[in-house]
Design a protein around this ligand. Structure first.
Ligand SMILES: [Zn+2]
Length: 370
């Protein structure tokens, strides 16, 4: 059965589009599909199935219809869904822009020394860089099972992470109009693979790949009167100082939360920030492993992600999301640092997945008290 399905995506923090060719739809589609593929891969591995290494020509799947090798051995579930040499992607994705979907790019920081870094990371353009707020993903020409899989995938991305590029710097927190719980999503993906006679299992859960077993995530509500929020509201803007409508709903402060917040009231105040506190506890090497780095040609991507502060309406609480693939004991440390930053006195909840197949997949909620 052929279907056309529209998923409405509302970005709660802007989706990063970069300064280069910002109106190019292909660039947007590539970024969205790239992040979907990345999440599907780590879900497949988390469920104990084999997924090939897309960064290696030698280990990447290739499909040859004349080969005697069974289908399942030629294509891993990720390549089956997203395509590879000799095999087409199983869905067409198109982006439909809503009117007034663009706003100007801006950031806030308490640390005046950050300007150089911010320029380097975001390649701040000369003028008028924009980000995208609202769009719909239209999926076409595919069967209902594939559409269900994409719904499960987007549901997990919505709850546990983000979409598009540069999630580690606050971008791409979203809501989809048609989503299901992460537990049901995992079960749906597992059943699909098993019924599809996907026989290749692997122990790559234990390897260095990012995977669901090491995933933790937070979604915290932060009151409008929070003293840190006040500091940011009064701090300086970067790039764009216009009276952007999105300013009512967004405090783009992920950069400060992720890296470091200098002493706020007096020089004796502690330095806050997720990376700063990790470096204090664990030193340089582990911090580089978790937060990523660039060293000449060597690039390690970040395993820790944090959103900007966002809210759905004026006068309501802000939210901040954080997630990472560093395992639950480091996840708890991140929660403790978030509590320090926002001076939260009550316990907060860290979420993670229980991936024990016999007990069923479920979300575990752990209290962070410190
Ligand atoms: Zn593959």
């Amino acid at each position: 059965m052929l279907e056309t399905v529209k998923f409405d995506i509302e970005c709660l923090t802007p989706m990063f589009t970069g300064g280069v060719d910002r109106y190019c739809d292909r660039l947007h589609e590539t970024g969205i599909i790239g992040s979907m593929r990345w999440w599907y891969e780590l879900i497949i591995r988390g469920l104990g199935f084999y997924a090939c290494d897309p960064t290696s020509k030698d280990y990447q799947c290739k499909f040859d219809p004349n080969s005697k090798k069974p289908f399942d051995e030629q294509l891993c579930p990720v390549c089956r869904m997203f395509g590879t040499t000799g095999w087409r992607r199983q869905f067409n994705l198109q982006i439909k822009w809503e009117p007034n979907d663009k706003s100007y790019f801006w950031l806030k920081s308490i640390d005046r020394n950050n300007q150089w870094w911010l320029n380097k990371i975001f390649e701040f353009p000369k003028k008028g860089n924009v980000v995208d707020n609202k769009f719909a993903i239209v999926i076409r020409n595919t069967n209902n099972e594939i559409i269900q899989q994409l719904k499960y995938l987007l549901s997990i991305m919505q709850t546990c992470g983000g979409i598009g590029a540069k999630n580690q710097y606050g971008f791409g927190i979203f809501e989809c109009n048609d989503s299901v719980s992460p537990d049901d999503s995992l079960k749906g993906i597992y059943d699909y693979l098993r019924n599809g006679k996907c026989v290749r299992h692997s122990n790559e859960k234990d390897s260095g790949w990012n995977n669901l077993e090491k995933l933790w995530w937070y979604d915290l509500a932060i009151n409008d009167n929070n003293s840190m929020v006040k500091q940011w509201q009064n701090s300086r803007y970067y790039i764009n100082r216009s009276k952007d409508q999105s300013a009512k709903f967004l405090l783009p402060t992920a950069f400060d939360i992720r890296y470091k917040i200098p002493p706020v009231n007096s020089p004796d105040d502690p330095i806050l920030g997720l990376r700063a506190s990790c470096k204090n506890r664990h030193g340089r090497n582990i911090t580089r492993k978790y937060f990523g780095y660039v060293d000449g040609d060597h690039r390690q991507r970040s395993n820790i992600f944090v959103s900007h502060l966002y809210r759905r309406a004026e006068m309501t609480d802000y939210h901040v999301k954080a997630w990472g693939f560093s395992g639950s004991s480091h996840g708890i440390e991140v929660g403790e640092e978030l509590k320090r930053i926002f001076e939260i006195k009550t316990p907060i909840i860290m979420n993670s997945f229980s991936l024990n197949r016999s007990e069923g997949y479920k979300v575990i909620r752990s209290e962070v008290n410190e």
